[in-house]
Design a protein around this ligand. Structure first.
Ligand SMILES: Nc1nc2c(ncn2[C@@H]2O[C@H](COP(=O)(O)OP(=O)(O)O)[C@@H](O)[C@H]2O)c(=O)[nH]1
Ligand SMILES: [Mg+2]
Length: 268
């Protein structure tokens, strides 16, 4: 796990970092001119907005909990993620983020949420969460008994979800001048520790997998100069079932993801 950062795949458009950095610097000057009590609110509203997408049960809420260190005060966690969850990562100075977790399962609310983050109030970046077919199946409302789905079915569902989401990202990108970034967060790596490299490859541009084909199509549509794409392994599971060193590995991966988000947003 110690060589985690070397697994990070980055395809940089070159100019995006500088452009986003300039936006954040503008925020500092505006903020300093305001009354102190308004400053933190203003700073927060200028935190980069990040959409968190991915199918239900893939681990979006838990990953954002880790990224925000569970200090959120303005988000309401909804079981089954039927509504958009809003969380804020607060950090010194301007280095925070606002995360909008798009519901993965309810068709009507999901479409509205996708409109909101990719059209009405377009985000600065996207974390698309995938889990190598290990999304936790959820029962349909009103049914009883354990839900079940094979890994193959879950991988197919991830692909279908990514097809929809990648189209939305592409149409946002072509409408805007501003560069945007995408991080594919490959989570639940604690469930397949020996396959992480191969799995990251599966989700990476140019690898020839069905998922990668859609990533390549997105890059072609959006234009390489406008969209940077990273693929990062991560795990939100720091708990009981695993050893202390694995918990440390999970934290290191979440930290690496947070560090990359900060870079992409011009925080560093
Ligand atoms: N093993 C493992 N389980 C995870 C991980 N992240 C989330 N989960 C579990 O997967 C399930 C779905 O997670 P959740 O965050 O609610 O998914 P969401 O529907 O995408 O918001 C929950 O039972 C989590 O405990 C992870 O990194 N590893
Ligand atoms: Mg959720």
């Amino acid at each position: 796990m110690s060589q985690t950062p070397s697994r990070i795949r980055t395809i940089l458009p070159g100019s995006s970092r500088a452009a986003l950095g300039a936006t954040v610097a503008g925020g500092v000057l505006t903020g300093l001119a305001s009354a102190p009590e308004r400053m933190s609110r203003l700073f927060r509203s200028r935190f980069p907005m990040v959409a968190v997408t991915g199918m239900t049960g893939v681990g979006k809420s838990q990953l954002v909990d880790r990224l925000t260190r569970r200090t959120s005060d303005d988000g309401v966690a909804e079981v089954g993620s039927a509504v958009m969850e809003r969380r804020t990562r607060r950090s010194p100075r301007l280095q925070g983020f606002r995360f909008l977790v798009v519901p993965g399962d309810n068709a009507a609310t999901r479409l509205g949420a996708l409109d909101e983050v990719f059209h009405d109030e377009p985000v600065d970046g996207v974390i698309h969460v995938v889990a190598n077919g290990y999304a936790t199946p959820r029962r349909a409302a009103g049914t009883t008994g354990a839900a079940s789905a094979t890994r193959e079915e879950q991988l197919a569902a991830e692909l279908e979800d990514w097809t929809i989401t990648s189209h939305r990202i592409a149409s946002m990108a072509v409408r805007r001048d501003k560069p945007i970034w995408l991080v594919v967060a490959v989570t639940k790596t604690d469930l397949y520790p020996d396959d992480v490299d191969a799995v990251v490859d599966y989700y990476s541009p140019g690898s020839g997998s069905p998922f990668a084909a859609r990533v390549d199509a997105l890059r072609a549509l959006a234009g390489g100069a406008k969209l940077s794409i990273d693929v990062l392994p991560v795990s939100s599971q720091s708990g009981d079932r695993r050893s202390a060193s694995s918990a440390k590995g999970a934290s290191a991966m979440v930290d690496a993801l947070a560090a990359r988000l900060a870079q992409l947003s011009g925080h560093v």
